[in-house]
Design a binder for this molecule. Structure first.
Ligand code: F0G
Length: 352
């Protein structure tokens, strides 16, 4: 039994990393593919969750960030910048710290989950709130890095990010021995669906798998440009991670959908929260609201018949539930504290 070496070492022959590069890693990747018996039962499918919330900073972004920051420092960069709905900022801050370089993050004012902000602050990022949404932040980050080439842009428009994130597909196939029939995941800026599809295609081209999955990209109904076929000027959703109106990897996401015979669909905030509660309460996996989009998409697509019974389905759950305690605690029943008294406990449990 060997310890997991991080995804760059694990998949080095499939990544653009030079032999003499110093690798910046927090041993990301190698996340569990967990069966979801409750979901399998209600859908009649065989359902697995790729639990990306178990990465070092609690989201899939670490896969891309180990590659982006490794590439940046080996090219002599001394600072990284990103726009973020939260998770990218947490990850960029952690990997920059690990590399001993500076990080700055542009975040939409008041619209990122508390845990993510805490991470960026603790990892020492320069946190800059912007009076605008994610799309405004990304435009700003692109302009700044165009003017100051010594600062590396580490959003998913950076090709190294996609390279790192494609390894999730490799890991899934390495466990299942095949690709799933359907792969469902949340879509915001559309880097991750681009990366997964690239990973599956590479394994397919090399004969590791003989069939490709259909990609199911799920957006929040209030921020569903790919479903609508046009950008959304004022995206709104409780799932702040995917509150994005103009995905940067638009064309690549459409290609992933079309080439795979897949689909984009939207889930209302109510459906996202339903799937969020179900994952925590019935499956035992606590994810952040945006992550539940994959499962909301699975349930709706199964109901519609787009996914057939007996299908092998993988849902990526992209971020840890601990990132967004505010949304979780809305469900906390408002009851008074009891006295230090076993009888009072028995009363509260209704067993007396
Ligand atoms: N799920 C979570 C938890 C995310 O944080 C994101 C994106 C996505 C899904 C969507 O992935 O953008 O590749 O389509 N978060 C970015 C951020 C935008 O800034 O943290 P995508």
């Amino acid at each position: 039994h060997r310890a997991w070496p991080g995804l760059i070492e694990a998949y080095r022959d499939r990544l653009p990393v030079a032999d003499d590069w110093k690798v910046v890693t927090l041993l990301e990747g190698g996340t569990p593919l967990i069966s979801a018996p409750y979901l399998s039962e209600v859908t009649g499918c065989e359902v697995y969750l790729k639990v990306e919330g178990l990465n070092p900073t609690g989201s899939f972004k670490d896969r891309g960030m180990t590659m982006a920051v490794t590439t940046a420092v080996n090219n002599g960069k001394r600072a990284v910048l990103c726009a973020s709905t939260g998770n990218t900022s947490a990850s960029a801050a952690a990997y920059a710290t690990r590399a001993g370089i500076t990080s700055a993050v542009l975040i939409p004012e008041g619209k990122i989950a508390m845990g993510k902000l805490a991470q960026a602050v603790m990892h020492g990022a320069k946190v800059i709130q912007v009076q605008g949404n994610f799309d405004d932040c990304l435009e700003l980050a692109r302009k700044v890095t165009a003017d100051y080439p010594e600062i590396e842009l580490v959003n998913s428009v950076n090709p190294a990010r996609i390279e790192g994130q494609k390894t999730a597909s490799f890991e899934i196939v390495d466990v299942l021995g095949r690709a799933p029939d359907v792969h469902a995941l949340p879509v915001g800026n559309a880097g991750n669906i681009t990366a997964y599809w690239k990973g599956y295609r590479e394994y397919h081209a090399d004969g590791v798998i003989d069939a490709l999955p259909r990609m199911l990209g799920v957006q929040a109904a209030g921020a569903a440009p790919l479903v609508l076929g046009e950008p959304v000027a004022n995206p709104e959703t409780i799932a702040t991670a995917i509150r994005i109106g103009a995905p940067a990897s638009w064309n690549q996401a459409v290609a992933a959908k079309d080439e795979s015979g897949g689909m984009f669909r939207a889930a209302t905030d109510d459906k996202l929260l339903e799937a969020y509660r179900l994952l925590a309460g019935k499956v035992g996996v606590f994810v952040e609201p945006a992550s539940a989009a994959s499962v909301a998409g699975l349930l709706a697509s199964r109901e519609e018949g787009w996914i057939e019974p007996g299908s092998l389905v993988v849902c990526t759950v992209t971020g840890n539930g601990l990132k967004d305690p505010d949304t979780a605690l809305r469900d906390l029943p408002q009851v008074e504290a009891i006295g230090v008294d076993p009888v009072a406990v028995a009363d509260a449990l209704g067993v007396r």
